[in-house]
Design a protein around this ligand. Structure first.
Ligand SMILES: [Zn+2]
Length: 365
C-alpha cells in the first residue's frame, strides 16, 4: 500500500487536503494508512492521470513505426507528461501498414510498464482529399468499415469525413469522429444526430465557421458533440480557445496533443507518415508549410488552455481525465480520484510541471 500525503487532491467536486491511499486501486481518501509507503506530494496538485485520445508519437517514435519497441517507448515516455493512458493514433497510410499498427496496439494493451494503451484512434483512411491536412492523399479510401472488421476489438475512435459515409453500418462498436472533412453544417449535424458525436481536432482540417455557411465548426458549437482541441496556440488561436470555453459546456471539451515523434526532441527535421516534418519551437510543418501534428505534451495543452480561458485547474483537469474516460466508456474504472478506481495518478506543480506519475499504483515517473 502507498499513501500520498501533503497534496492538494483534485477530487470530482472539490480540491482538498488529505491522504490518498492506494495499491493497484484507490483504497481510501482521508487519513493516511499506517504502515503504507509514504509519498510526500510537497503541496503540489494530485489528480487522476491524464488520458490522451489523439497522439501519433513522441520521444522519437511513432505509432506507425514497424517495431513494437517504438510503441513501448511511447508508452514509457508519456508518464513524464502526466499521461497514464492513451490511444495510439494511426495515420492514413497503406491499409496493410495500418493493420500492422493495429496488431501492435492490440499487443501493446498487455504492456506492463508505462502509460496504458486503451486501444487505437484510427485517423483516416475514410477522409476528404480536400481536407487531408498532413495525411497522404494517395492512401485515402472510399468508406468501407468491413475493411477494419478484424480490429473492431481494438479501435476506440475512428476519424472519418461524414460526407463520404452512408451510415448504413451504424451502430459501430467504436466512436465515429468527424474530421479531415469538407462536410457542410447540415451534413455535419446529420452525422452528429446519427451518432458521430465527436469532432477531431476542432478547427483543424475541416470546414470553418462562416455566418452563412457555419461548417463543421458551426455544427460542433451548435450541438452537444464532444470536441477535441489541440490547445497549443499553434493549431488553435487563444481567442478561438476562449470562444470554445464560452460556448461549450465543460464536459464537451477534450484536450489532446496530436503530437508527432518530434515531441520532446526540440528543433530539427522529423517525419510523419513518410513525409518530412520541420520543427521550430511549437511549430511543426510539412515541406509545403502545412501544419503537421503538434510537439505539445498534455501538461502543456492543459496549462495553455487554462491560462487562455481562465479555466480553473480542477475544471481543466476534467478535460484530460473525466471527459476522455466518459467518451471511452471507462469512467467507472479511471478518470477521477475515487475509491475503487485504478490508481492512475499524476502529481504536478502550479506551472503544470509533472512531479510524479503512477499507473495502476506503480510509479512510472
Ligand atoms: Zn492526428
Amino acid at each position: 500500500m502507498k499513501t500520498i500525503i501533503n497534496g492538494r487532491l483534485i477530487l470530482p467536486e472539490k480540491i482538498c487536503a488529505g491522504a490518498l491511499n492506494f495499491d493497484e486501486k484507490i483504497i481510501s481518501i482521508g487519513e493516511p494508512v499506517s504502515g503504507a509507503e509514504v509519498i510526500d506530494a510537497e503541496n503540489n496538485f494530485v489528480s487522476a492521470g491524464f488520458i490522451n485520445i489523439h497522439i501519433h508519437g513522441a520521444a522519437g517514435v511513432d505509432t506507425m513505426d514497424e517495431d513494437i519497441g517504438a510503441l513501448k517507448k511511447l508508452a514509457e515516455f508519456l508518464p513524464s507528461t502526466g499521461v497514464t493512458s492513451f490511444l495510439p493514433t494511426t495515420m492514413t497510410m497503406p491499409l496493410e501498414k495500418i493493420y500492422r499498427a493495429l496488431e501492435r496496439i492490440r499487443l501493446g494493451k498487455n504492456f506492463t510498464s508505462g502509460a496504458k494503451i486503451l486501444g487505437a484512434h484510427v485517423e483516416g483512411p475514410f477522409i476528404s482529399k480536400k481536407f487531408k491536412g498532413a495525411q497522404a492523399e494517395e492512401n485515402i479510401l472510399s468508406a468501407n468499415f468491413e475493411l477494419f472488421r478484424n480490429f473492431f476489438d481494438v479501435i476506440k475512435i475512428m476519424t472519418v469525413a461524414p460526407e463520404v459515409l452512408n451510415f448504413s453500418h451504424l451502430p459501430l462498436p467504436f466512436s465515429l469522429s468527424i474530421g479531415h472533412s469538407a462536410a457542410t453544417y447540415e451534413e455535419a449535424m446529420t452525422a452528429i444526430e446519427r451518432g458521430a458525436n465527436h469532432i477531431t481536432h476542432l478547427f483543424n482540417a475541416q470546414t470553418g465557421f462562416h455566418h452563412r455557411k457555419p461548417g463543421i465548426v458551426g455544427a460542433a458549437l451548435d450541438s452537444s458533440a464532444i470536441v477535441e482541441l489541440i490547445a497549443d496556440n499553434v493549431h488553435v488561436h487563444p481567442a478561438a480557445q476562449r470562444l470554445v470555453a464560452k460556448i461549450k459546456p465543460r464536459n464537451e471539451i477534450i484536450l489532446i496533443t496530436d503530437s508527432l515523434r518530434a515531441c520532446g526532441l526540440g528543433d530539427g527535421v522529423s517525419e510523419l507518415g513518410g513525409q518530412k516534418v520541420f520543427v521550430k519551437g511549437n511549430l511543426a510543418t510539412l515541406e509545403d508549410g502545412t501544419i503537421a501534428g503538434s510537439v505539445a505534451t498534455m501538461n502543456d495543452v492543459l496549462k495553455i488552455f487554462c491560462a487562455n480561458t481562465s479555466t480553473d485547474i480542477a475544471a481543466g483537469v476534467e478535460m484530460v481525465t473525466k471527459n476522455p474516460a466518459v467518451e471511452l466508456g471507462i469512467f467507472d474504472k479511471t478518470g477521477s480520484l475515487e475509491v475503487g478506481k485504478s490508481a492512475d495518478i499524476t502529481i504536478f506543480d502550479d506551472d503544470l510541471n509533472i512531479k510524479k506519475t503512477f499507473v495502476n499504483g506503480q510509479r512510472n515517473f
